[in-house]
Design a protein around this ligand. Structure first.
Ligand SMILES: [Zn+2]
Length: 343
């Protein structure tokens, strides 16, 4: 099997993917049809709309897409299609991000949205065998008070929810004010993640790890500029969810070649690779893996290590994590005919 075919066939886990950012252009046209926002007529129009000057511009386009969702049950189709596309890349498990506050503040019902998402998840499980849990992005722009209200909602209904996160405009809203929200989420048994070091510098990552106690950092690009921080992440076992194509498309890094994922990997940090908003960035999980191979020289066994990192730092219970790891290793051995000593 040639190298690229093998990379596509590798079993994978996706840890950082936003449901809204996975809305396919055809599906966005369908959403617009059903709303009063008939902004575009063709898929090509949408492709041209999905071009970003910088990170704040990306956020504004994301908000336009988000506002096109006007009925709770539309989440079923979006979630199902997100998982269908992941399954085609041999992704076996996904931790998908749902920005509940965005939609609750637009008047949609939290419980109905969660049910619709979970219908998409169970249909995808029975059609493709892919598993999916949810992380709730509290969206830092709304502030910690709304964050607490979302925790109330999670307390009332938490089907499939494994963690919280803060995405949104990092450059304007630092992590620290969220400390009480994160303390409460931890007591509720939720795992803790924050977007950090994407649109702001290393200080934002330091704050997320010190003040919020996060287990994983979304993006973490800025850690590449701070060797002390990289050492700290390694020492504390804090994982990085890298999203290379996303970072190039929003102008956070100049090119894949300049992405710090190689430094994270070489320094032994548990780094995974993810699409972030696959439809809005024109990417998928196979493409992310292939880019690392083509442009940063990651070998197949290194890419498989990244895949195992994603299993290791996932929020699955230990037993399921171990089972998944063993099945990935068996699959890798079958694909490469290599004998590994990972057991
Ligand atoms: Zn993200």
């Amino acid at each position: 099997m040639d190298a690229e075919k093998l990379i596509r066939a590798l079993p994978k886990v996706e840890q950082h993917v936003h449901i809204v950012g996975s809305t396919k252009p055809e599906t966005l046209l369908w959403l617009m049809e059903k709303s009063d926002k008939k902004l575009f007529k063709t898929v090509d129009d949408i492709h041209s709309f999905f071009q970003y000057r910088d990170f704040p511009h990306f956020i504004s386009i994301y908000c336009t897409v988000m506002a096109c969702i006007t009925e709770e049950n539309q989440f079923e189709r979006i979630t199902y299609e997100m998982l269908e596309s992941d399954a085609k890349c041999n992704v076996r498990y996904v931790e998908a991000s749902f920005s509940a506050s965005d939609h609750v503040l637009q008047g949609l019902d939290y419980g109905k949205m969660l049910d619709a998402i979970n219908r998409g998840v169970s249909r995808a499980r029975s059609d493709f065998g892919i598993e999916c849990n949810l992380r709730i992005d509290l969206v830092r722009n709304y502030g910690p008070k709304v964050g607490m209200q979302i925790l109330d909602l999670i307390e009332s209904k938490n089907d499939n929810i494994v963690s919280i996160d803060i995405g949104g405009s990092e450059e304007l809203f630092p992590p620290k004010p969220y400390a009480p929200v994160y303390r409460r989420a931890k007591k509720m048994g939720l795992h803790l993640v924050a977007h950090a070091g994407e649109a702001a510098g290393p200080e934002s990552i330091w704050e997320a790890v010190k003040e919020l106690g996060v287990e994983r950092i979304g993006h973490g690009v800025a850690a590449g500029k701070d060797p002390k921080l990289m050492w700290y992440l390694l020492e504390q076992g804090i994982a990085i969810e890298a999203c290379p194509t996303s970072n190039v498309k929003t102008g956070v890094v100049e090119s894949i070649e300049k992405h710090p994922i190689k430094a994270f990997f070489e320094n032994g940090i548990r780094v995974s690779v993810n699409t972030d908003d696959p439809s809005m960035f024109g990417t998928n999980m196979n493409n992310e893996y292939l880019q690392l191979h083509r442009k940063l020289g990651f070998t197949i066994s290194e890419l498989f290590e990244i895949s195992l990192n994603a299993v290791d730092s996932s929020f699955l219970p230990e037993k399921r994590k171990n089972n998944m790891k063993q099945s990935f290793i068996r699959e890798y051995q079958r694909l490469t005919k290599e004998n590994l000593s990972y057991y």
